[in-house]
Design a protein. Structure first.
Length: 325
């Protein structure tokens, strides 16, 4: 079952969040933002859930290393955050340090002389597609419309249109929770459907990508427009976290849910999309609890009618699915 575990560390017995925050602030430069009780819903595409007890946006590698070392010494769970497009945040929020990569230092796009490109973990996939198009680099078009950043796409091995992220990755620069930076070649990494083993307990900083070929910007743009149109026709426009469940082997989770008559099923303001049954949409004021209850209901109905145990693809931020389902 897909679940989001805190990156390993010792759980504090009685967390003194104010003291933890003060220690983090003291360990970094002023350009690095460190705050308490940062609302998480606006940082996700589904827009539900509570606040992070501690939230930081490191402005440099040195500050990220500092944050990790201080958090580790204090036994704080650490949660990297990309664009929040694959997350359900519980209403009680996240007990730990959420590390966001919104600072521009993580958003680089750097074509190399040999035709490859270095990209930062915080670079939005949308910008990666746009910049690659301008540079005449083809092969990244399948990422168009996935509303994440490079780091989240590496962790999730995001995929669409018959390709996935690690098809174009050559190596990943990552940082361990002890603050040690290493570059790992793709051959050293264990990747699978929506999964990269080595990023379960490490944070991606950057990656080297290999384009499929060089092409005219117009041709690349045409393919991107085609993919965009396909998405617009098949996916809801309301707030969501993308596909809620993984496709079981040989079948589609959306089809199973649809065949159970669940399109339009609602709990509070959370609704099974009428456009694509594997999406839960937030019709405005949904809570994390609404989403969790709808996930439970869908699983129970599909299990009863089809005998299939659907596994969440989206991650429950700061908690384990098995504890709430
Ligand atoms: C409308 C919509 C359409 C979507 N379509 C697709 C699709 O076609 N294909 C697909 O695969 N997904 C799709 N998704 C899901 C989502 O966009 C992808 O999983 C995306 O890769 C998540 O990236 P993110 O930056 O938002 O990660 P987040 O949601 O912020 O985080 C996801 C996980 O990655 C971890 N993480 C984030 N940054 C890092 C980092 N730097 N290092 C290590 N771990 C990190 C987080 O801790 C979390 O465990 C869709 C979502 C939406 C809302």
């Amino acid at each position: 079952m897909t679940e989001l575990q805190p990156l390993p560390s010792v759980s504090p017995a009685r967390p003194d969040w104010a003291a933890h925050a003060a220690a983090l602030v003291a360990g970094v430069a002023a350009a690095t933002r460190v705050v308490r009780e940062e609302p998480m819903a606006p940082k996700t595409t589904l827009r539900v859930g509570g606040a992070a007890r501690l939230y930081a946006e490191p402005a440099s590698l040195a500050d990220l290393q500092s944050l990790l070392r201080i958090a580790r010494a204090r036994g704080l769970p650490i949660f990297p955050l990309g664009r929040g497009s694959n997350l359900v945040v519980p209403d009680e929020g996240v007990d730990g340090l959420v590390v966001g990569f919104a600072h521009e230092t993580w958003s680089r796009f750097e074509p190399l002389p040999d035709g490859r490109v270095r990209v930062g973990a915080g670079l939005r996939l949308k910008n990666l597609c746009g910049l690659a198009t301008q540079a005449g680099l083809a092969g990244f078009e399948f990422l168009e419309g996935i509303p994440g950043a490079v780091g989240g796409a590496l962790r999730m091995n995001a995929g669409a249109m018959g390709s996935w992220m690690f098809d174009v990755v050559e190596d990943v620069e990552m940082i361990s929770l002890d603050g040690e930076v290493r570059r790992r070649a793709k051959a050293e990494l264990h990747v699978d459907y929506r999964h990269c083993e080595e990023l379960q307990d490490a944070i991606a900083l950057a990656a080297t990508l290999r384009p499929a070929s060089r092409a005219e910007a117009e041709a690349i743009g045409g393919k991107i427009a085609d993919y965009r149109r396909k998405r617009q026709e098949s996916q809801p426009r309301e707030a969501s976290a993308g596909c809620i469940f993984k496709n079981p082997p040989g079948t589609s989770a959306g089809r199973l849910i649809d065949e159970c008559g669940l399109k339009g099923e609602r709990v509070g303001e959370a609704e099974v999309s009428r456009v694509h049954a594997n999406f839960i949409v937030n019709r405005g004021g949904a809570t994390g609890a609404d989403v969790l209850e709808l996930v439970r209901r869908i699983r129970a109905r599909v299990q009863a009618a089809k005998g299939v145990d659907l596994q969440p693809e989206v991650l429950l931020y700061g908690r384990r699915w098995e504890d709430v389902l």
